[in-house]
Design a protein around this ligand. Structure first.
Ligand code: BGC
Length: 422
């Protein structure tokens, strides 16, 4: 089904639901929320449990609806069918442009009144307000800011070859070659489209810079997608393919993180949800593992998780949505959740005291990248692109990674696929 017909069908279904959804919530309502999410790894489960406990402590009834599968692509299919059958979950973990697409289809409730009461405009950075507002109305609440462009490294593995964390992609390759020669897998990786896309976008930012990144993924400019710089990006991806182990296909991201923990691989390129896994295993940043940004000129790839509240009919569900949204932006919750999750708070002004050096680096680098214009939204994680366009990019990146496609062919395919998806 094309995106347009899907959206049209959806608009009909959701218009029906929302026409019944209007009206005040009765005072006897028992706040209930079925929460659809894909936080099933060890650290993710701890983080989501903190939200569940907070909700329950405030009188809410939590109905857990986890869908395993990193990056959320499996969950997205479940969400679509739930909405199309007129039975959406009350709260759903979605992101970026996906929030806009669901809002466009009239599937989301309006949280603006609550937002005004709680003063969200004063505590959320404008950047995140843009992500969770549609037509000036709050339709979702952000839980965090995740940075995508990180290398997670095992310091002992690097020391075995006398290597330092790389500052350029050339240095990355030199280090990876040395590791490989010493019998150490340079790159822990899981061959799933969103993970391939995660690595790919860090290379795009590193080799092309922020302007190039946005021209490719936001403007979808054919000349940029086919450029010599993009060819170099695919050349680097070909090198990356040579740095992963034989069993990479289909591996979950958190298993790749464990490989770095155990010294079975030296590095992983992954967002800072990987740090959550290191911390959950009792590892200490700077000692047991290193966090270094992937090579770029002061860049920062932003990802942010949010909960969108879908149109529901019962007063219990509506009360549940209000309670959940209010708690999510609470200062205490933002601290507890993000300490487990590896991310930094979405809310401004949360004390940084308990956050580790990687989180503090993320905060500092975010600020400077935002000032220098080197801050971009993640394509792989739906901030800069979503739906069919993101899918088209990931398809080409994955096909290239798993075949002997040349960079010349890859860029042509990329430009074509993006054009068709629009
Ligand atoms: C989400 C993270 C999640 C990761 C792995 C990312 O897209 O933003 O919250 O931990 O995928 O599933």
């Amino acid at each position: 089904m094309g995106m347009k017909s899907f959206t049209q069908k959806l608009a009909l279904t959701t218009a029906l639901v929302s026409s019944i959804a209007l009206g005040a919530i009765s005072a006897q309502a028992e706040p209930t929320a079925e929460v659809l999410h894909y936080w099933t790894s060890g650290s993710e489960a701890k983080a989501v449990k903190a939200l569940k406990e907070d909700f329950e402590a405030n009188g809410g009834k939590w109905v857990d609806a986890p869908v395993a599968g990193g990056g959320g692509d499996a969950q997205a299919a479940v969400l679509r069918s739930r909405v199309l059958s007129g039975n959406p979950p009350a709260a759903v973990q979605i992101k970026g442009l996906s929030i806009q697409e669901w809002a466009e289809a009239d599937a989301l409730g309006d949280l603006t009144k609550l937002g005004e009461e709680e003063g969200w405009d004063n505590v959320l950075p404008p950047l995140l307000q843009d992500i969770v507002k549609h037509d000036g109305k709050y339709v979702a609440v952000p839980v965090n800011i995740h940075r995508v462009d990180w290398i997670w490294a095992n310091p002992e593995s690097l020391a075995k070859v006398g290597g330092e964390p790389p500052r350029t992609w050339e240095e990355f390759n030199v280090l990876a070659d040395k590791l490989q020669a010493a019998g150490i897998t340079p790159l822990a990786h899981g061959g799933q489209p969103w993970q391939d896309g995660t690595v790919f976008e860090t290379v795009v930012l590193g080799m092309g810079g922020a302007e190039f990144f946005n021209k490719a993924f936001v403007e979808k400019d054919p000349a940029t997608l086919k450029s010599d710089t993009m060819k170099k990006v695919f050349d680097q991806m070909r090198k990356m393919r040579g740095y992963v182990d034989a069993d990479f296909s289909g591996r979950d991201w958190n298993l790749a993180t464990s490989m770095v923990m155990r010294g079975e691989a030296a590095m992983q390129i992954m967002g800072d949800w990987a740090k959550g896994e290191f911390l959950a295993a009792g590892k200490v940043p700077g000692k047991d593992f290193l966090c270094v940004p992937t090579p770029s000129k002061g860049g920062y790839i932003l990802n942010s998780d949010s909960f969108a509240m879908f149109n529901v009919t019962s007063d219990d569900d509506k009360a549940g949505q209000q309670l959940l949204a209010r708690l999510i932006l609470g200062e205490k919750f933002q601290e507890t959740f993000n300490l487990y999750k590896g991310s930094i708070p979405a809310r401004m002004g949360v004390s940084t005291e308990k956050f580790d050096e990687c989180a503090v680096k993320s905060m500092v680098d975010l600020q400077s990248a935002s000032e220098s214009g080197a801050l971009v939204g993640s394509m792989a994680h739906e901030i800069a692109a979503a739906g069919a366009v993101r899918g088209a990019i990931l398809d080409v990146v994955t096909e290239h990674f798993n075949s002997d496609m040349t960079s010349d062919v890859a860029v042509e395919r990329l430009a074509e696929a993006v054009e068709l998806a629009e």
